[in-house]
Write a protein that binds this ligand. Sequence first.
Ligand code: AMP
Length: 307
Amino acid sequence: MAVTVVGSMAFDAIETPFGRSNKIVGGAATYISWSASNFTRPVQVISVVGGDFPVEELDILNARGVLTEGVQIKKDRKSFFWSGKYHMDMNTRDTLETQLNVLGDFEPVVPSGYQGAEILMLGNLSPAVQLSVIEQLNVRPKLIVLDTMNFWMETALSDLEKVLQKVDVLLVNDSEARQLSGQYSLVRAAKEIMKMGPRYLVIKKGEHGALLFYEDHVFFAPALPIEEVFDPTGAGDTFAGGFVGYLDHTKDFSFEGMKSAIIIGSAIASFCVEKFGTSRLKELNRQMIDERVQQFVELVNFDISLV
Ligand code: AMP
């Protein structure tokens, strides 16, 4: 049982209408690892950081069963840096700055001990790196899940199209689904995107939940209405981590299994937004997650008699 994760490990600077953070540790692989390790271990990370990245962050992940042998440390260089500013609705944001730094010429190397993982989670980074990881695996994982963003659609579309042909599940948000497909209707967008490769498509709609598409089926998972949304950064990655961690635990990769997995992803993501960065994820335990999943069940559970 193992999930291999590739993604950024980074410094982020975040501005929301309610506050601002200095440089804090973030990155797609960081959030995915914190989240997935609630359900499965080991989580095997492939990434790159600079000499400025705090090694303690890797140590605490190691203590949770997250392996970081595949994280390259470039001592004389700087880690990836991203800064973003959220609008008043906290659902939309502008990227203020992206400094690729060590991510700019990253050549991932899959350690031999990582071979054989059943799930590969391609977190957000360059599609060329994602492709390289797929190509280095001796056996195709049973499930390949891809996350990406508008930045890569704008700068590396042809590589992204190649990756799309090789994956089973794509996770994107609603504006990215529209951008990738050229369709406004999310149902039409889903049809177009599934023609590009993935059999399953999850379209995330921030505080409005997520849609799961498969063939002609669609399933909706709500997002829990949260009183205190502090920082949505990493919510998408946390969702992805919960999704793959849970699937690796259950081994049920059917449509029904994925329905449960997106509820789990949504539940963990609802914690992530309550504090800046990964701080809330660091406090979580299984009981807290189980209680929140129960709140999800109650949120959408109703009896209706048709008259
Ligand atoms: P999310 O809020 O889940 O979409 O992801 C936020 C995380 O993505 C932040 O911690 C950033 O460090 C990371 N990120 C932002 N832009 C990029 C990019 N172009 N490549 C890789 N990671 C990125």
